[in-house]
Design a protein around this ligand. Structure first.
Ligand SMILES: [Zn+2]
Length: 432
């Protein structure tokens, strides 16, 4: 931990430009236009069945334990890659090196058809396991669900982009998702929501057999609320409701939340006795439940990727996870090994004069953009670029705070974004 604090003081080269080139849309899958009606979604839901899910799950189980960096883990990644490729999706490995580990996330993209939308939704799971477990539930269940849902959704088109991602490095410190979220933040990816399925294949009670749990942080609660409306819409054919619980730190969605995106961990209700053990095997799954959970997640993903986005605001600066000296980002903080410390993605501002800058995407004219600290009004701007020099009014801002931005359209629609900052500064707008 002390080492991390020293790493914080070491200077890394500032790389504002993209780390990874995003390929052009080359391999479009076979297409059925989605008319946004329920019948089409029901058609998709009905294509999720045991043989499809079992096929993907069974092949994954054949690799045995998939500890990050092991040969099994690499072979599983290649299998997942090939599976996505067969669906006609644009697929790529995103390699990552972190804390002595080297591995690959597998990312498949179904590009949205709305040329005005940069929005993307991530449906994800982790394909790695602890060293001794075959990981049937944790998280073979989520991984095979990502594949099965991708298999079906890839035959349709949606307004917004959907990325199907399987991460490695979850069990060693959520490193696969951390490196992805960090790099996505630097690239400026417009990730609207991350749906992370981690342990969705088990139920032991009648009640638990009808409940899928969502664990959003407060800012991402809208995802669970939206998914709840979808679960109600298709309740007659899926028979699964959503329980929304407080957020839990430590799953793969957390890194995205730390880097300013919205995300949620999704899991079954009933306790699973075989987690992280050699008994986490396919015969312990409840396949009836697992199929229902996968159907519901397909419906949620299909609906959310089709839903129009009226207005959206994104805080582009300061860069998440950088340390600023006055207006300059001087180095990237290195708290990645501390997933439970609430420091990943923390932006440190020393001296003040740092500019906050927001971009707004909207169908309607924007009335104003308001910058806040901890919910308190600080500054408004009516013209792009929407910017504010972060400073107190009569007293300086010091310590850890939440920088927020709200965009108001002329008809009163509101969007918001936020960022954790730690500030040491004497700057104020007015001298008291
Ligand atoms: Zn897991």
């Amino acid at each position: 931990m002390r080492k991390d604090l020293f790493v914080l003081l070491s200077i890394t080269v500032l790389l504002i430009s993209s780390y990874v080139t995003i390929p052009a849309r080359d391999s479009e899958p076979t297409v059925t236009p989605l008319s946004s009606n329920e019948a089409t979604i029901i058609q998709m839901i009905n294509q999720i069945n045991e043989s499809l899910l079992f096929e993907y799950h069974h092949k994954l189980m054949m690799f045995g334990p998939r500890y990050t960096g092991s040969i099994n883990c690499t072979l599983a990644a290649e299998y997942i890659y090939d599976s996505f490729e067969q669906m006609g999706l644009n697929v790529e490995f995103r390699e990552w090196h972190y804390d002595g580990f080297y591995s690959k996330n597998v990312v498949a993209t179904l590009y949205g058809t709305d040329v005005n939308s940069t929005a993307e939704y991530i449906l994800c799971a982790h394909y790695d396991t602890v060293a001794s477990a075959p990981g049937a539930d944790d998280d073979g269940s989520g991984t095979a669900a990502v594949l099965a849902i991708a298999h079906i959704l890839s035959q349709y088109h949606f307004n917004h982009t959907i990325r199907f991602i399987t991460f490695s490095g979850e069990e060693v410190g959520t490193y696969g998702s951390f490196t992805y979220a960090r790099d996505a933040s630097h690239r400026g990816d417009n990730i609207v929501a991350v749906l992370n399925m981690d342990m969705i294949g088990y139920a032991s009670t009648t009640e638990g057999g009808r409940i899928l749990r969502f664990f959003p942080p407060i800012r991402s609660r809208w995802i669970a609320d939206y998914a709840t409306t979808i679960s109600e819409k298709y309740n007659e054919i899926i028979d699964m409701k959503i329980d929304t619980l407080p957020s839990y730190r430590g799953d793969d969605s957390q890194a995205f939340v730390d880097y300013g995106f919205d995300g949620v961990w999704i899991a079954h209700q009933d306790g699973y006795p075989w987690g992280h053990s050699s008994n986490d095997t396919a015969n312990h799954l409840n396949w009836t439940y697992y199929i229902k959970a996968t159907k519901l997640m397909l419906a949620v993903t299909a609906e959310i990727a089709q839903k129009p986005i009226d207005v959206q605001v994104v805080l582009h600066r300061p860069y998440e996870g950088y340390t600023y000296l006055f207006e300059n980002p001087v180095f990237e903080s290195s708290f990645g090994k501390l997933p439970f410390w609430d420091l990943r993605g923390l932006t440190i501002i020393l001296g003040g004069k740092t500019i906050a800058s927001a971009e707004v995407f909207s169908d309607e004219p924007i009335q104003y953009v308001i910058f806040c600290i901890d919910g308190y009004f600080m500054f408004w701007d009516t013209q792009p670029p929407y910017e504010w020099t972060i400073q107190g009014w009569f007293v300086p801002i010091n310590g850890k705070h939440m920088l927020q931005v709200y965009a108001y359209t002329t008809s009163g629609k509101i969007a918001s974004d936020e960022m954790d900052i730690f500030m040491l500064s004497l700057a104020t707008s007015y001298k008291g």
